[in-house]
Design a protein around this ligand. Structure first.
Ligand SMILES: Cc1ncc(COP(=O)(O)O)c(C=O)c1O
Length: 376
């Protein structure tokens, strides 16, 4: 038989849920961008990373672990990291599920509770991984449009039914940077059926400025088993490249999620780096302080160039530009600055800019000012 015929008889058996998936399009690698546009310097303000990098303590521990331990499998139970996380939230280690990024915990929740037809509700737009994971596991996606750039909790509650399994709420919300207030959340929770998991994704929790108004998942652990919250080391802790995140939830829910977890899902370097990142409170404070300063700077400058930025509780800013977001993105790219056009999130005239270092923010505004002139 011919090679192509054999291949097509394999491919035709693809699982129906996978056949319709659109593969994730990663951004252009920085090196490729430099070559293509003949530029020496690239500033990446597209993925909400920490521009200051991780704690020096985390780097030191990771380098040491690298030179002594990588011929061994990691600790599958991640004892020390889990213990540190448990102490941070005053919960038991059994309340924690560790993931290869918090993305993986989203996957565990969907795999465990809504595979094959369970309904998953998320806002439209919201972090795209919720819908993608639901699709992969054959769950039914239900989308509820934002209202005034915020989660429409009343409408989400109206969309629940006996098949609803999980509601994902990115709080703060990506890409608008808005928050859910605690009183709104209490009303919402009271209106939900008892079988529904509510996942508060707090990937940007460390950056929240409206601290007292905001709802915090940690306030509900041990009080309402429906509430689960997610945290990540990819944002404020600067460890995106190592992929560590976690969920905090009732022990019985965590136990079920751990059933679908691969035994060594978080590698040993990531475990030790995350452990030391948690210890270095000073670095976290510095990151948050500089991010807030950068957010104020960008907000002010974006207003001055005639855009309409949104107040943010995160390390990124969504700004309406009045222009085609795609052409702003392309023009910025040519000048070596990567931002995110929000067309695919349903904001054709908005861009999302991650907050960088002071110098990166300044350069971004300078180039954006030029591009804006070029786009009109
Ligand atoms: C709302 C939200 N949740 C989760 C993540 C993913 O985090 P991780 O790197 O831990 O998988 C992101 C990353 O952009 C995000 O925006």
């Amino acid at each position: 038989m011919d090679y192509k015929e054999i291949l097509s008889s394999i491919i035709e058996n693809i699982s129906p849920a996978v056949a319709d998936l659109v593969p994730y399009q990663p951004g252009k690698p920085i090196e490729e961008l430099k070559r293509e546009y003949g530029i020496d310097e690239v500033i990446k303000l597209a993925s909400n990373e920490n521009p200051f990098g991780p704690s020096p303590m985390a780097i030191k521990a990771a380098v040491e672990a690298m030179s002594t331990n990588i011929h061994r499998y990691p600790d599958g139970g991640a004892y020390y990291l889990k213990k540190a996380i448990a102490s941070l939230w005053t919960v038991s280690m059994d309340n924690i599920v560790l993931g290869n990024g918090s993305n993986e915990v989203i996957q565990f929740l969907i795999h465990t509770f809504s595979a094959n037809g369970g309904e998953v509700i998320s806002s439209d737009p919201a972090f795209l991984v919720y819908r993608k994971m639901a699709q992969i596991f054959g769950a039914k996606n239900v989308f509820v449009p934002l209202k005034d750039n915020r989660h429409n909790l009343a409408e989400i509650a109206r969309n629940t039914n006996k098949n609803t399994r999980i509601i994902f709420l990115d709080n703060p919300h990506n890409p608008t940077g808005t928050i859910i207030k605690s009183w709104e959340f209490d009303e919402f929770l009271a209106s939900l059926p008892r079988h529904v998991i509510v996942c508060l994704d707090e990937a940007y929790g460390e950056f929240v400025r409206d601290y007292d108004d905001n709802v915090w998942g940690s306030d509900y652990i041990k009080k309402d088993p429906r509430v689960v919250f997610l945290r990540t080391f990819s944002k404020a802790y600067g460890l995106s490249g190592l992929r560590v995140g976690y969920g905090v939830m009732d022990e019985a829910i965590a136990e079920r999620c751990n059933k679908v977890r691969q035994p060594f899902n978080v590698n040993s370097i990531a475990q030790i780096a995350a452990f030391y990142a948690l210890k270095d409170k000073k670095h976290l404070e510095y990151t948050v302080k500089m991010t807030h300063k950068g957010a104020d700077f960008l907000y002010d400058r974006l207003l001055r160039i005639g855009f309409s930025p949104m107040r943010t509780n995160t390390n990124f800013i969504l700004t309406h530009t009045g222009l085609d977001a795609r052409s702003i993105y392309e023009n910025m790219l040519r000048k070596g600055i990567i931002i995110r056009a929000m067309n695919s999130y349903g904001f054709p005239n908005s861009v999302r800019i991650s907050i960088g270092t002071e110098e990166e923010n300044r350069k971004c505004i300078d180039v954006l000012t030029d591009c804006q002139c070029g786009c009109i």
